[in-house]
Design a protein around this ligand. Structure first.
Ligand code: GSH
Length: 210
């Protein structure tokens, strides 16, 4: 049985959604962020030394890092689903976006989050931070112009990785200039498996407003 160590309002929602899309049995162990610091509780360090979520256990195996978890689950339980055929153009686009989500797109969002409490003192950093957000999002906007998914014509692991980035941005009003990204977010959030994940995971700050 797979155990998902799930932190509220976190990247763990990616994994919950994937587990629902895969239709495999799993159990959730829930953790709540500290209300002031927004950090995870120390118990998560007993599962993995980084003390972050998501992390899964599958038998004796512990897997951390959402991208690695997505790859592990699709390779182990996907039976070919959610991964384009290796070596194809779609496959290499998939690899690109798997890395782009955490390696590039998240960084300026995190910088905006981390410097937020500084208020006006962070103003000198804003042109660079928001310039990079604009750079990454207009790139994605153009890639989703004629597509319903990040790569190919069906859901892949890269969609799980990208959606969380866009949800975090959307919650802060940063997707307004990007109609293709808003359409994409709404379409992913309307999927029945996504809706089931929302129900099972409990409160999620980036959920669609009903
Ligand atoms: N790159 C990692 C990031 C993991 C991460 O930073 N998770 C956040 C939640 S989105 C977390 O656990 N934050 C609480 C903390 O750092 O204490 C991944 O994609 O899994």
């Amino acid at each position: 049985m797979i155990t998902l160590h799930h932190l509220n309002d976190s990247r763990s929602q990616r994994v919950l959604w994937l587990l629902e899309e895969l239709g495999v049995p799993y159990e959730i162990v829930s953790y709540t962020r500290n209300k002031e610091t927004r950090l995870a509780p120390p118990e998560l360090k007993a599962v993995h030394p980084l003390g972050k979520s998501p992390v899964i256990e599958d038998g004796d195996r512990v897997v951390a890092e959402s991208g690695a978890i997505v790859e592990y689950l699709t390779a182990t339980y996907g039976d070919g689903k959610f991964t384009p055929a290796p070596g194809t153009d779609d496959y290499w686009r998939y690899v690109h976006f798997m890395h782009f989500a955490e390696g590039s797109a998240m960084l300026p969002l995190l910088l905006a989050l981390y410097t937020g409490p500084l208020g006006d003192a962070a103003a000198p950093l804003h042109p660079r931070i928001f310039g990079e957000i604009e750079n990454h999002f207009s790139y994605l906007e153009s890639k989703l112009e004629a597509r319903d998914f990040v790569t190919g014509d069906s859901l892949t692991g890269a969609d799980f990785q990208i959606l969380f980035v866009l949800e975090a941005a959307n919650a802060n009003g940063l997707l307004e200039p990007y109609p293709n990204l808003k359409r994409y977010v709404a379409a992913m959030q309307a999927r029945p498996a996504y809706q089931r994940a929302l129900k099972h995971g409990g409160a999620y700050a980036y959920a669609p407003k009903s």
